[in-house]
Write a protein that binds this ligand. Structure first.
Ligand code: 13P
Ligand code: SF4
Length: 384
């Protein structure tokens, strides 16, 4: 019997529309990106998260941490297109806020188009909580505790469907810059908080408010029953934490802190609250990327820092502050691989398509999800 030939799937990269951009030199890409920006004027807004690589962030009109970028998207006036140099959940948030009903009305119904240059720029933490898992957890815990007194809080690093869940259940969105105020907001309205998807931000914030870990069970969506908790643990809980984390920030360890303190007397440790508790507890300062930048900016020459957050931001701070001594807290590379997917080639490709009347990689949140997530996002924007 003659063997059948193995099926061969054509995988010719040259067929991909991006392939021709990938072969261009950086100088040419920079020039072409700038040409589109010039031709589109203020109808185009490029927003960039602080973790973006330098060659991308230099083209952004405005940059910020998650909270600031949400505010910027919410307040955009003239732009008709936002190109979001960040990750998927940020672009979704921008779409929801820039196209909320009063904004749409003021533009006579015209939407702001939100584009994510590479659709694969997701967030591994956001992917750790799917809406079906959160809904199952809510129903399961409702067998043991009164969920009408539980306030769901989602970290902004989550899909829009989770934000909508919070909007529907009297909850709210938080960012790393307002998590403590959001927890206060929640405890003014309920007895417990259900916090997802980042256990570390939830735990670090609640510890700062004097809540003990014995009142913070962790809900594992893959456990067979009650997220791996006893009924009593849920009854005793004040904050129920989702078992999720950031793969970048979990790499920082207490021994890195100890090593720097030993070898660099006088050094201060500055970390993002997505770091594990063991690191956050012994740091000198903990805060959002915006706070990390402000802290360095406002420090006198000669200050020594070891910083525990994404590598591109730390390297940028090092370059911008030669008058200070800045170290990366981990001996291994901790970079956000998904943010890094946004490169000059993708940026140029989506911008030139846009200029030529072809929208690629649009992020469009459906009306139902928008309606409910907007409730939770607007609550967040009121809580500084
Ligand atoms: P902030 O921008 O809120 O500090 O969050 C950091 C982060 O991990 C973004 O994904
Ligand atoms: Fe997600 Fe962590 Fe990357 Fe932020 S740094 S986008 S939380 S994976």
């Amino acid at each position: 019997m003659t063997a059948l030939p193995t099926a061969k799937v054509a995988k010719d990269d040259s067929l991909h529309p991006l392939a021709s951009y990938k072969t261009l030199e950086s100088d040419e890409l920079h020039q072409r990106i700038e040409a589109v920006r010039q031709s589109m004027g203020d109808s185009l807004l490029l927003l960039g998260h602080h973790y973006q690589q330098d060659e991308v962030i230099q083209h952004c009109d405005l940059r910020g941490d998650s909270y600031k970028l949400s505010e910027l998207a919410a307040s955009s006036e003239t732009c008709r297109t936002i190109v979001f140099c960040g990750v998927h959940f940020m672009a979704e948030t921008a779409d929801i806020l820039a196209n909320r009903p009063e904004k749409l009305e003021s533009r006579g119904g015209d939407r702001v188009t939100v584009i994510l240059p590479d659709m694969a720029a997701g967030c591994s933490m956001a992917d750790m909580a799917a809406i079906a898992q959160v809904e199952d957890a809510w129903a399961d815990m409702g067998e043991i505790i009164d969920t009408s007194r539980v306030i769901p809080v989602t970290y902004i690093n989550s899909a829009a469907s989770l934000k909508a869940f919070c909007g529907r259940h009297g909850g709210i969105v938080c960012t790393s810059s307002n998590a403590a105020s959001v927890m206060d907001w929640a405890f003014e309205r309920g007895d417990r908080v259900f916090f997802f998807p980042d256990q570390h931000l939830g735990r670090n914030t609640a510890l700062g408010m004097g809540i003990g870990t014995e009142q913070m069970p962790v809900w594992d969506p893959y456990a067979l029953e009650l997220g791996g908790n006893t009924e009593q643990a849920l009854r005793d809980s004040r904050v129920i934490l989702w078992k999720g984390h950031c793969s970048v920030h979990q790499m920082f360890r207490p021994e890195h802190v100890e090593g720097f303190r030993k070898n660099h007397p006088g050094i201060k440790i500055l970390v993002h609250p997505e770091c594990p508790r063991e690191v956050n507890d012994i740091a000198d300062v903990s805060g959002s990327t915006g706070k990390i930048i402000d802290t360095v900016r406002n420090s006198p020459p000669g200050t020594k820092w070891a910083i525990g957050t994404e590598l591109h931001l730390v390297n940028r701070l090092k370059a911008e502050h030669p008058e200070q001594e800045i170290h990366f807290l981990s001996p291994v590379v901790c970079m956000c691989a998904t943010m890094y997917r946004i490169d000059l080639a993708h940026l140029c490709w989506c911008l030139e398509n846009l200029r030529d009347g072809c929208v690629v990689n649009q992020i469009l949140v459906d009306d139902e999800t928008t309606l409910h997530s907007l409730v939770a996002l607007q609550r967040m924007l009121k809580v500084k």
